[in-house]
Write a protein that binds this ligand. Structure first.
Ligand code: BMA
Length: 800
């Protein structure tokens, strides 16, 4: 650390405004995690503790610390560089108010006067609820929020993660704190405001135009990109030409080379890493409506992925390591895009660094979600600055695919009586906000991709994008929120589905971390309080009635809930991938969880894989085969190739008796061109005798292979026999090697652990005589103990 900067990361002293609850607090961090670490409150995620801890957000809190400044340094001009300050806060230095902040998405740099020796710094977190209520009361007309999602009201008034007020998957604790290390800096005569790197791709070369806003005195600058260097004086502008560039590609389409870029002005230096790629959002009217696709380096890329919500409800528990694990799981499941959803927050720099490294394209919402928002001059002016800052901070990242205005604000216009009665007023207010976002984005980074809202049929269209599959992006919720069958996914032909989802329970090791054995019942108060979507448990149970024999106990209910979630999403994904190029992407809701809860996630809180995530790895494989029933009850054996090279695929299809005997009923070989979906074989529905299951195995010339099954009957109608799954275990190194053998056909065979960890594969279709081998690696602790707790589940055993 140079003496021109003092980090304020570390231990501060916390207390409430009355001086109660004195304890230490780590910065970056937040108040609730600090109180928990100090053992002043119980685990907020255990049982129903959430409700007993809401008082924390009703109080006002303050953190303080002293810093020592040497005599010679104190005379300099200092500023406090502070961002991710959540949210209504005052900062005092030596008793003088230096900042009143009210936007957790902005960066502030107030001047501060330091004295030699000890300097007292205090940050007061004022009441967010009070501020939100006052702001709502001061609006020229009421601006409604989604009370069903948010038990803490008026979150739409505050620039703060909207899910902090509660959501249909989130605990409502409304934390406050600081999520990035604040710094005291000596003000420089010339300050670098940001680094922009615009890329022009031509055949065989890339031109990178680098520029930086510099405030203050004109100074000499040096810009380096890899081995190339440009020096000058005055406005920072440097142009680099890179011949035969190694391009950055999304995961599954190529590698992710990154290049160091530095801008030096006087004693200031900024460092970035950029990937060379062109990233276009293509959307224009066509014969069907309006297409929607991403073109990277000139190639149309089918986007396979999921929606991202904050990595934890309590930001103090988020670490780069835990987040890397979640993003790595996305990559391991063959995803190439995530959508940073608008009800959370703009993530930290390291999040986008990780996405660059891993090849995950980021669809970035601006942080507005599922509510109406103010359009007062003060609100819009604040948002304007927020957008300029965030876009300047993030747009150079290779991963950055699109900036999207918001999540579901158009839909929200129909949710509230006020906006139904006066759509003109609320639509104009919406458009003022949306225009502010677009203008600030385009003025900051003219080359950035912009999409007005998710879902949206397209610019200046304000219609229903939930059921319109002709134009733009779609959120398709009819299966979950309207209770339609899984087959209903095949009635929608989206151009790009940016949200659709189906809930399941978290895995048993996660449930054990918040519930006592006596609470392990789906209608216990504890389980109901870890389900935030009204009617969610009933929807899970009702769906199980439709597809499975009812499970004999709670643990099997949990297991089947995950299987049916996987089936729902697989049904949609396989069909939508087969529609390529009509459909060019699907992102399911949602990748991760903020706390242990029944939700639409494929990863448990803590990062463990639910059944869906294992299935996603298969149905998202760049080359794959699936069975798509057509409207005439025939079955199309379809192959998709998302790679840039042609592949030959051979597939053999079997009818399977419940005892496990198989009869070949079809075989096909075909060439699947780069970036295409093809039907390899069409089977008449009668080819498959009633009561039998269809199974298939395939292999492709790129070395990949796979297989799965398809049932035309609901699983509850199959006369499954007891497969007597045998589980062989041997401890090898830090993991457990497992062998699975069955006596009869066994579906969705899942090994379950008592402790957190990662299975190499799971939720398998198994045949007698064909054992499967997988591994389990516990997250921590002894592999021997983990091995002892491993058990298997399958649908037959779940109901017998
Ligand atoms: C979508 C999201 C979220 C929500 C999810 C599940 O519409 O945008 O607001 O959590 O549905 O209901």
């Amino acid at each position: 650390m140079s003496d021109a900067a003092i980090s304020l990361a570390g231990t501060w002293n916390l207390r409430d405004s009355a001086g109660e609850y004195p304890c230490e607090m780590a910065i970056p961090g937040e108040v609730i995690s600090a109180l928990f670490e100090a053992k002043l409150i119980p685990d907020p995620y255990w049982g129903r503790n959430e409700y007993d801890l809401r008082w924390i957000t009703e109080r006002e809190w303050a953190i303080s610390r002293n810093i020592n400044v040497p005599e010679n340094a104190a005379a300099q001009d200092w500023c406090l560089d502070i961002s991710a300050l959540d949210r209504v806060a005052q900062v005092l230095v030596n008793g003088t108010l230096v900042l009143s902040a009210a936007n957790s998405f902005r960066r502030f740099k107030p001047k501060v006067a330091l004295k030699p020796g000890a300097n007292a710094i205090e940050i007061r977190f004022l009441s967010n609820t009070k501020a939100a209520n006052e702001l709502q009361a001061a609006q020229p007309f009421r601006v409604p929020f989604h009370a069903g999602n948010c038990p803490i009201p008026n979150g739409n008034m505050l620039r703060k993660a909207q899910c902090d007020f509660g959501w249909d998957w989130n605990v409502a604790l409304m934390p406050c704190g600081i999520y990035e290390a604040p710094m005291l800096r000596v003000a420089s005569s010339s300050e670098i405001g940001g680094v922009s790197a615009a890329q022009k791709h031509t055949k065989g070369a890339v031109v990178v135009d680098v520029s930086s806003e510099v405030s203050g005195a004109v100074a000499a600058f040096t810009v380096t990109l890899g081995e190339q260097k440009v020096s000058g004086r005055g406005p920072v502008k440097a142009s680099f030409t890179i011949q035969s560039p190694e391009l950055w590609w999304p995961n599954g389409s190529g590698n992710q080379p990154l290049h160091d870029l530095t801008v030096q002005v006087g004693d200031q230096i900024e460092h970035r890493r950029i990937g060379l790629r062109s990233m276009e959002l293509i959307s224009h009217p066509d014969d069907i409506g309006r297409n929607f696709k991403f073109r990277v380096n000139g190639h149309d890329i089918f986007c396979r992925g999921a929606n991202w919500i904050p990595a934890d409800a309590l930001a103090g528990r988020i670490t780069p390591e835990k987040t890397r694990d979640l993003l790595q799981s996305a990559v391991d499941a063959n995803m190439n895009m995530i959508r940073v959803w608008g009800g959370g927050r703009y993530e930290a720099d390291w999040f986008y660094d990780l996405s660059d490294e891993l090849g995950i394209m980021v669809w970035q919402d601006f942080m507005f979600s599922c509510a109406l928002y103010p359009a007062t001059s003060a609100f819009l002016a604040d948002v304007d600055i927020e957008v300029r800052e965030q876009v300047t901070r993030l747009d150079h990242h290779a991963c950055m695919a699109v900036w999207c205005g918001d999540n579901e604000l158009l839909g929200a216009l129909t949710w509230f009586e006020e906006s139904r009665n006066n759509r003109d007023r609320y639509l104009v207010a919406y458009d003022r906000l949306n225009r502010t976002l677009e203008t600030a984005l385009k003025q900051t980074v003219p080359h950035a991709n912009w999409w007005p809202s998710s879902p949206s049929p397209g610019p200046l269209s304000f219609g229903d994008a939930w059921h319109d599959d002709t134009s733009g992006d779609m959120h398709f919720w009819s299966v979950w929120h309207e209770g339609k069958n899984f087959d209903h996914y095949r009635n929608a032909n989206p151009r790009f589905c940016s949200e659709f989802g189906f809930q399941s329970y978290p895995s048993m090791d996660v449930i054990r971390a918040f519930a006592d054995p006596e609470d392990m019942n789906i209608s216990s108060q504890v389980m109901e309080s870890h389900q935030k979507n009204k009617g969610g448990n009933a929807r899970i149970a009702e769906t199980m009635f439709r597809y499975f024999r009812f499970p004999k106990d709670f643990e099997n209910f949990v297991y089947l809930s995950q299987v049916q979630q996987g089936l729902a999403i697989r049904t949609a994904m396989e069909y939508w991938r087969s529609l390529k190029p009509h459909c060019m992407g699907a992102l399911y809701w949602q990748l991760n969880d903020t706390w242990p809860v029944a939700s639409w996630s494929s990863l448990n809180h803590g990062g463990g894989w639910k059944a869906l995530h294992h299935m996603a790895k298969r149905f998202f494989a760049p080359v794959t085969v699936s069975v798509i029933p057509d409207k005439n009850a025939g079955l199309a054996i379809n192959s998709v190739n998302d790679t840039l090279l042609e592949v030959s695929v051979s597939v053999t299809v079997f009818a399977v008796e419940m005892g496990g005997n198989t009869h070949e009923i079809g075989h096909a070989e075909g060439v699947v061109g780069p970036d295409t979906a093809t039907t390899l074989l069409e089977l008449d529905a009668n080819t498959l005798p009633v009561g039998l299951l269809l199974a298939y195995v395939w292999q492709a010339s790129d070395g990949t292979r796979g297989g799965d099954h398809y049932s035309s009957l609901p699983y509850k109608e199959l006369k499954l026999e007891n497969p007597n799954v045998r589980l062989g275990k041997s401890v090898e190194g830090g993991g457990v090697k497992l062998t699975l053998e069955v006596e009869k056909l066994a579906l969705f065979v899942t090994v379950e652990a008592q402790v957190p960890g990662r299975f190499s594969n799971n939720c398998l279709t198994l045949f007698p005589g064909t054992p499967a081998t997988i591994t389990f690696t516990p997250k921590s602790g002894s592999a021997q103990e983990a091995a002892e707790g491993l058990i298997t589940r399958d649908p037959y055993s779940s109901s017998h």
